[in-house]
Design a protein around this ligand. Structure first.
Ligand code: SAM
Length: 431
């Protein structure tokens, strides 16, 4: 650990009490905060050649961390960011700018500086955990040279350090990033104390690895997933989802999301899919859990940008690969740049029809429901935007199926605080 024995260790040794904090989140009161254009961005996609999926993961992390840190630190002085598998790992940059820990440090320093300029005393804190001794030495050497951010670097197994970290965070708002290389080292029962904190978690669910073993004939292999899912009958939960019509892929992810929701008591859990750069297959999912609808809204906004970035970077990767294989530039492929990627667009429209059906069933089941509750539920479905939701609500209003209580004057667009009231009998709200 940097700077001698910090509070984490002292607390683990029982010498410091957990820190207190205010209760209850105030996401709802937090307006948009400006993102300064001068903020430095992470490395370009070219720096990630061959690892474009990591570029998209970092793109997502950088943007979401900026939003959550800015929003929380605008309202509270403290915010703790935890990276449980921090690396550096496979870095090609001498300043480690292609790693999650430097991306987070840069971002939190920027947010802190911007808020200080606005007269707010923001104190973000980072806790980085790395098991590998060589990687840890690199991590420690870099963070020890950063004077203006409170950083604790811990060497060890993430799961062993979780109780001390959770005790250190106490009632402060935290954002925990879990980015393993496989599916071990973050058993659900070990994660428990972190999942019960006030904050949010983002987990890299290594679908591609997990999927290869889910149907493995050796029962011991399947048993290995008991710890990941934190349930002895995870396979039954998985087949239940398949029986209800989900694909194998969606079912695996759904079981993990259900378990996170249950164990952490989260109001909202969702995910975004990161593909393999050269195919339409899934590589991994970033699974996100939050206690507030505003978190879901921000997550989806970042997803919109990240999904476009993914399509554009992976499209360029495929073209480069083609040029490398054939020695020729594919002139027609160039024209594809602005064309929608069919599988992606198909996926988006599939998700949107699911979201629309969910909205109709919410309205059928609730005579009156807060707009933000509808938003939180509907935007749990990937690739759905608030504009999509408002469009469907506008259709329903026009058809006389609902009214939005709280709209005033010429206001047309619903907002938090408004109520969606159904005007017809349940059977009449047809899709
Ligand atoms: C996928 S890499 C992390 C990459 C990093 N988050 C990034 O995006 O730049 C996983 C890292 O976790 C470390 N690691 C593996 N198992 C671990 C464990 N049980 N506890 C802590 N660190 C672990 C590995 O040494 C490796 O550096």
């Amino acid at each position: 650990m940097r700077r001698g024995k910090g509070p984490l260790l002292l607390q683990a040794m029982g010498r410091l009490p957990p820190k207190g904090g205010r209760t209850g989140t105030r996401w709802a009161e937090m307006g948009r905060v400006p993102i300064s254009a001068h903020f430095r961005r992470m490395k370009s996609p070219q720096a990630y050649r061959g690892n474009e999926q990591t570029y998209v993961k970092h793109f997502f992390l950088e943007r979401y961390l900026e939003r959550v840190a800015y929003i929380i630190l605008s309202n509270w002085p403290k915010f703790v960011y935890v990276d449980g598998f921090s690396g550096p790992w496979k870095s090609r940059d001498e300043q480690f700018k292609d790693t999650s820990f430097i991306i987070a440090i840069d971002k939190l320093r920027e947010v802190k500086a911007a808020l200080r300029q606005a007269g707010k005393a923001a104190s973000p804190r980072c806790i980085f955990i790395e098991k590998n001794p060589e990687s840890f030495a690199e991590l420690q050497s870099v963070v020890s040279r950063i004077p203006d951010l409170d950083i604790a670097a811990l060497q060890g197994e993430f799961r062993d350090l979780i109780p001390a970290i959770a005790g250190e965070i106490g009632r402060q708002f935290s954002f925990v990033f879990i980015d393993p290389t496989g599916w071990t080292g973050f058993d659900m029962h070990n994660l428990d104390p972190l999942l019960k904190l006030r904050g949010e978690v983002l987990i890299n669910f290594m679908f591609d690895h997990i999927n290869r073993f889910v149907e493995h004939p050796n029962p011991k292999t399947a048993e290995g997933f008991n710890s990941l899912f934190g349930h002895p009958n995870w396979y039954d939960l998985y087949t239940d989802h398949i029986d209800k019509g989900l694909s194998r892929e969606d079912a695996i992810v759904a079981v993990y999301m259900d378990r996170l929701r249950q164990v952490g008591g989260f109001a909202h859990v969702t995910c975004t899919r990161i593909k393999k750069p050269l195919s339409e297959r899934s590589y991994f999912y970033l699974i996100y859990a939050t206690r507030h609808w505003k978190g879901i809204l921000e997550f989806r906004k970042v997803e919109q940008r990240a999904a476009d970035e993914q399509e554009s970077v992976f499209g360029a990767t495929r073209r480069l690969r083609k040029v490398a294989q054939t020695g020729q530039e594919d002139l027609f492929a160039r024209a594809d740049v602005s064309e929608p990627n069919l599988p992606f667009e198909q996926q988006r429209s599939l998700k949107q029809s699911l979201a629309r059906s969910l909205l109709f069933s919410i309205i059928r089941e609730n005579h009156e429901i807060a707009y933000e509750s509808v938003l939180g539920k509907v935007l749990e479905i990937p690739l759905v935007s608030v504009q999509d939701l408002n469009g469907w609500l506008a259709e329903l209003r026009k058809a006389g199926a609902i009214e939005i209580v709280g709209l005033v004057g010429r206001e047309r667009v619903p907002k938090p605080g408004h109520v969606v009231r159904s005007l017809r009998t349940q059977d009449n709200i047809a899709e």
